[in-house]
Design a binder for this molecule. Structure first.
Ligand SMILES: Nc1ncnc2c1ncn2[C@@H]1O[C@H](COP(=O)(O)OP(=O)(O)OP(=O)(O)O)[C@@H](O)[C@H]1O
Length: 479
């Protein structure tokens, strides 16, 4: 790679990016689906198709006036907030009656999916135009989310190292050994949260200038600068900040020209003693597709990974978020959620928010039953696919009874109690209904299962040793 890039190359790069708005919209759809449930999503929101972006406003189309009005009153604010969270330059959502093309199912919307040819040039142009107007307003960076602070970040084993490194950078930026700080980990585990926390902490005194932006934004800014022949200003702007934070660096894979520009910016800043913070989904050495020299430099400072959450961390996060909401959420419900939703914190948070919204809306207390009902769709998607047969086998082994006793008519306590526990676990760990569970236990009635669930719950509250046994079984079945 050599010297100054040609605008043509960079624009070609941008054109090879799939319809960026579609990608953002797909992410928003996934979130909405998780928040409102499959039925509501399919009934109302799946009818939306995205229209053009004009300044800070995006148009969303709905096929009928009725649908438009309904979506506007029920979801208008939420849609604006979600768009703004995805693309901070979008501040308003305009809902109008228009031709609605079917929205891709969130499930089909992988970032890497779609052919390069499918990328509508108009969408790229829009992003570039948006980036250009931001540049002319000297809005170098995206605003920091005030909710993402160190205080609201819950620390546990999986993230304590990354947290400590982030704290250290916030306290003493550009310390040797911590520049760059490279945070990596799976989706929704708190990388962005930590970066914003560093930014907020550093800008609090008003003396340090911080620029935070996604790698994607970096690319569009760069292209906009090339198109408006203002690359020098762009470079100067970038190189004048004290701290530069680039989120989701993996976006630059395959974008050689933007990578090169980033590499030069990176070197200029580090050489001038400024701090760089970068996040990605993989470690520098695993980011194949990034230029070797860039990977090497990225790995030169502190590399900190955020591991997948543990049950304990999920519980702490839920407790903290429930407490902040002011809604009383029983420990049993939090435990249930922490067991069921293990993929990432974003989804866990989404599930809790939905429970809280329902509780506020209907003024009803949050119970385990209500949780299973309200989050039915999410829970189904996270069903670990533990089978009732597996549960019966494990429980029978644990209490040393015959497997056939799970469906036999024997009522001796030594047999009846493990059977009740197996029914309880079947209710907790599978999405089977009470009658379905009853059928698997020798065609018992659903009221028998209900009774078993209540009895085991009650015993667990009274008898710690018994509760530990049940908990252990649950963990064994889930792992
Ligand atoms: N340890 C934590 N304590 C409190 N909230 C957390 C924690 N980890 C993640 N979250 C929350 O989970 C959500 C997702 O986190 P974030 O956006 O930082 O993830 P990410 O790792 O940047 O994900 P992506 O890979 O999608 O960019 C945010 O709302 C964040 O506040």
């Amino acid at each position: 790679m050599t010297g100054e890039l040609s605008g043509y190359d960079a624009v070609a790069e941008a054109r090879s990016v799939r319809n960026v708005l579609d990608i953002h919209w797909s992410r928003i759809c996934s979130r909405l689906q998780a928040e409102v449930g499959e039925v509501e999503y399919r009934t109302w929101l799946k009818q939306i198709s995205i229209g053009p972006v004009d300044g800070d406003e995006i148009t969303l189309n709905l096929p009928t006036r009725f649908l438009r009005d309904w979506v506007r009153t029920q979801y208008g604010d939420r849609l604006s907030a979600l768009w703004n969270a995805e693309l901070p330059s979008i501040r308003r959502v305009e809902l109008q009656v228009g031709r609605a093309e079917p929205v891709a199912d969130p499930a089909d919307a992988g970032e890497g999916g779609g052919s390069a040819d499918a990328a509508p040039v108009a969408a790229v142009d829009e992003r570039v135009a948006e980036a250009r107007s931001e540049l002319s307003r000297h809005d170098l960076a995206a605003p920091l989310d005030p909710r993402f602070t160190f205080d609201t970040f819950v620390v546990g084993k999986p993230n304590e190292f990354a947290y400590a490194c982030a704290r250290r950078v916030a306290e003493r930026p550009s310390s040797p050994g911590f520049n760059p700080l490279f945070l990596y980990g799976g989706v929704g585990l708190g990388k962005t949260h930590l970066m914003h926390a560093i930014g907020s902490e550093l800008t609090r005194g008003g003396k340090v200038s911080v620029a935070y932006m996604s790698a994607e934004k970096f690319m569009y800014r760069f292209i906009a600068a090339i198109r408006s022949q203002s690359t020098m200003e762009f470079k100067e702007q970038l190189r004048s900040v004290d701290v530069l934070m680039i989120d989701d660096l993996q976006f630059l894979i395959g974008k050689d020209n933007t990578q090169e520009e980033f590499f030069h910016t990176f070197n200029a800043l580090v050489d001038a003693g400024r701090q760089i913070v970068v996040s990605a989904d993989k470690s520098p050495s695993d980011l194949s597709g990034l230029e070797d020299r860039l990977r090497t430099r990225l790995g030169c400072g502190m590399v900190a990974d955020i591991h997948a959450t543990t049950f304990e961390l999920r519980i702490s996060i839920l407790e903290s978020k429930a407490a902040a909401s002011g809604v009383a959420v029983p420990a049993k419900v939090l435990e249930f959620l922490a067991h069921k939703i293990t993929s990432n914190v974003r989804e866990l948070e989404g599930a809790l928010n939905r429970l809280i919204a329902h509780a506020n809306l209907f003024g009803r207390p949050v119970t385990l039953e209500a949780t299973q009902d309200v989050l039915h769709d999410i829970l189904k998607a996270h069903d670990r696919r533990v089978t009732i047969e597996e549960i019966q086998r494990k429980v029978a082994e644990h209490w040393n009874i015959r497997l056939t006793d799970m469906s036999s008519a024997r009522r001796a306590r030594a047999v009846a109690r493990p059977r009740q526990v197996a029914m309880y676990l079947a209710k907790q760990l599978t999405s089977r209904s009470l009658p379905e569970i009853g059928r698997k236990f020798g065609n018992r009635d659903h009221t028998t299962v209900m009774h078993a669930v209540a009895r085991v719950t009650e015993l667990m509250e009274r008898d710690t040793a018994f509760a530990e046994d049940v908990e252990l079984l649950r963990r064994m079945l889930e792992s």
